[in-house]
Write a protein that binds this ligand. Structure first.
Ligand code: AVI
Length: 361
């Protein structure tokens, strides 16, 4: 806890979308998703305060290799990444969570100019979990005396809108943890294109991506032996019970994680054990579930090198560098805006030439 008026408090700001809005959006999404023929719930609602803690626990499970593989790459490459961007860069992180991995980058930035000579680093974590941002933001300003944290508790899109125009301050946007995998492929390209529009020519996007691999490894990662992912998934129903006066019996919904080859995604669902009816009182609805009927809760898309290059190209970006962990399970890619001829001509006409695009690897 940091006291108001202290130096740390001045370096930490948290802006949040108001709770009523979040609750209304959740109610509308639950109504819409569960009244469809193929029932679904948007995965972003997995991350209330409890869900965010459960996700942290997932990251520690032996089967969930993603976090460790990404950390391995960051440990090896953080210095190289920090050297690619100017010292006064603002680090913007989409889906920041506890910002555990981001510390590796902060350490690399601050070790370039140690002590009080280090320029202040501005960090803008964007996450839907206000609780997570509040806790991690406070810890960060205590740990890093040269760090300024301006946290934004919002969905990605609202957070991006708050980033300002592409010309404002140099930026390194982080989208780690293979969060891109929770978007359908076409939506991922659309979203990345919207990030691209906020990037100036010298800005970069560092994205963590889980790679395609054996279905057995993938399914185990989303169905750990300790049952943490199952609890994380069921928490979505518990959240409906808590916030919308729902009557889901969690014991009667089984967690399912299945690799879908054609989509290239692990699909998560909650499957009704037996036929049942469930009321959600705050919405004034009663749902009928057939035995074995599924509620789709999350897709986690995996990428090949070719799919990754196509995603970048479709988003107006180019892969500047791609790093992988030793076992080639996970990739960290540094993406740069693709500068079109028209843009170069416009910039030259304004007397602000941009450098020609370097070759992607
Ligand atoms: C946050 N996201 C990238 C995780 C994933 O791997 O798709 C969410 C997750 N769901 C179950 N386990 C992890």
């Amino acid at each position: 806890m940091i006291a108001a008026g202290t130096e740390e408090a001045q370096r930490f700001r948290l802006l949040a979308v108001d709770d009523d809005q979040v609750r209304d959006d959740f109610a509308a999404a639950v109504r819409h998703g569960l009244l469809q023929r193929n029932k679904m719930l948007p995965c972003r609602y997995l991350y209330d305060a409890r869900g965010s803690l459960l996700f942290e626990e997932i990251c520690r499970q032996p089967e969930y290799y993603l976090t460790r593989a990404e950390q391995e790459i960051l440990d090896a490459r953080a210095g190289e990444i920090a050297a690619r961007v100017p010292p006064d860069t603002t680090i913007v992180e989409l889906g920041a969570g506890s910002a555990k991995k981001t510390r590796t980058l902060f350490d690399a930035f601050f070790s370039r100019a140690p002590g009080t000579r280090a320029p202040r680093l501005r960090y803008v974590p964007i996450d839907i979990s206000r609780a997570m941002l509040a806790a991690s933001g406070r810890r960060l300003v205590e740990e890093y005396p040269r760090l300024e944290v301006q946290a934004l508790a919002a969905e990605y899109r609202a957070g991006l809108a708050a980033l300002g125009p592409s010309e404002a301050r140099p930026k390194l946007v982080l989208w780690l943890g293979s969060n891109v995998g929770n978007f359908r492929r076409a939506d991922a390209a659309r979203f990345l294109a919207s990030v691209r529009r906020r990037l100036g020519a010298a800005d970069r996007l560092l994205m963590g991506v889980d790679l395609r691999k054996s279905p057995a490894v993938l399914e185990a990662a989303y169905d750990d032996a300790a049952g943490v992912t199952a609890r994380f998934n069921r928490n979505l129903l518990a959240r409906i019970n808590r916030e919308l006066d729902g009557e889901f019996d969690l014991e009667r919904f089984a967690h399912r994680a299945r690799w879908h080859e054609r989509r290239g995604a692990v699909e998560l669902a909650l499957v009704s054990v037996g036929a049942q009816r469930v009321a959600i009182r705050a919405l004034g609805i009663e749902l009928a579930f057939a035995d074995g009927e599924a509620i789709h809760t999350e897709s986690s898309y995996k990428y090949s090198a070719g799919e990754l290059a196509r995603l970048a190209a479709a988003s107006g970006l180019r892969v500047e560098t791609r790093w992988r962990d030793d076992a080639h399970r996970f990739a960290l890619v540094l993406l740069a805006p693709r500068v079109t001829r028209a843009r170069r001509r416009r910039a030259a006409a304004r007397g602000r030439p941009v450098s020609p695009p370097a070759r992607g690897r």
